[in-house]
Design a protein around this ligand. Sequence first.
Ligand SMILES: Nc1ncnc2c1ncn2[C@@H]1O[C@H](COP(=O)(O)OP(=O)(O)O)[C@@H](O)[C@H]1O
Ligand SMILES: [Mg+2]
Length: 298
Amino acid sequence: MGGWSSRRHPPAASASGHVNRRDRVLSSGPHRIVFANEKGGTGKSTTAVHIAVALAYQGARVAAIDLDSRQRTMHRYLENRAETVARRNVALPSATFAVFRGETIEELDALSEELSADHDFLVFDTPGRDDAFARHVATRADTLVTPLNDSFVDFDLIGQVDAETFKVRRLSFYAELIWEARKKRAMSTIKDSRREMDWVVVRNRTQHTEARNMKRLDQALGELSKRVGFRIASGLSERVIYRELFPSGLTLLDKGQLGELGTSHLVARQELRALVSGLNLPMPARPAASEPAMESAA
Ligand SMILES: Nc1ncnc2c1ncn2[C@@H]1O[C@H](COP(=O)(O)OP(=O)(O)O)[C@@H](O)[C@H]1O
Ligand SMILES: [Mg+2]
């Protein structure tokens, strides 16, 4: 194979190396969370990393697979995290991470299969463009997360909105694709067919928006959600801290590592927790990772 590279970390909650298969509540393999939309800069990678780390904090064994082999944002973020862990000599919950560099769907399935054996969640980050591998994982997601910024430009990725009435005129090719995939899965009679796909549109990088504009955006997104069958969850708001964390690979959950946090960061952490719970993910029955102690502030 050789079409991918990965680095592994022992999950914090099973540091003994002993994994009891019976404590898994997930019946048909790991839960697949896919971060996708066909546009860059909406916060896929940032959200993916934060969700992966949040799940690791809750004791889940997470594998993060980056399909964006050019930018590799999620992968590099987690690499930076591993370096911070080594440099500061501190234990932080993290994820196994891999970049997919293969050329065929079979190679991608083989990588997913291999990582399925000892992980509760597979988190896929995808490039912000039409991509065959991204489509493949998106149509097989258990939870598909589509971050959108508060703008009709982003909504257009899901459906066209009438210029006068703001009603939905037509669905995008992408929305049709996901719609078909869900229908196929719901009709599947294969005995071990996977659970239904939950499609969650996450409003990301939200900022203070003019009230009238906000109302239109809400109305259009609400209509799209009814037409296409996705849920809407609020994501992360626009904050400089999300851009600053990348070099250290830290997240807002790594309390002891971030120094003094102002109120706005506490609010941000609440936002992140609300996002995680809004995704309604099935959690394995495993003890949560404890808060890391600050050992040396190098
Ligand atoms: N909530 C946020 N607040 C501020 N900056 C953000 C936020 N989310 C993402 N960014 C920044 O926006 C840029 C694009 O985000 P990224 O997660 O890489 O998006 P995508 O993966 O969809 O292309 C990055 O520079 C990132 O640091
Ligand atoms: Mg990205």
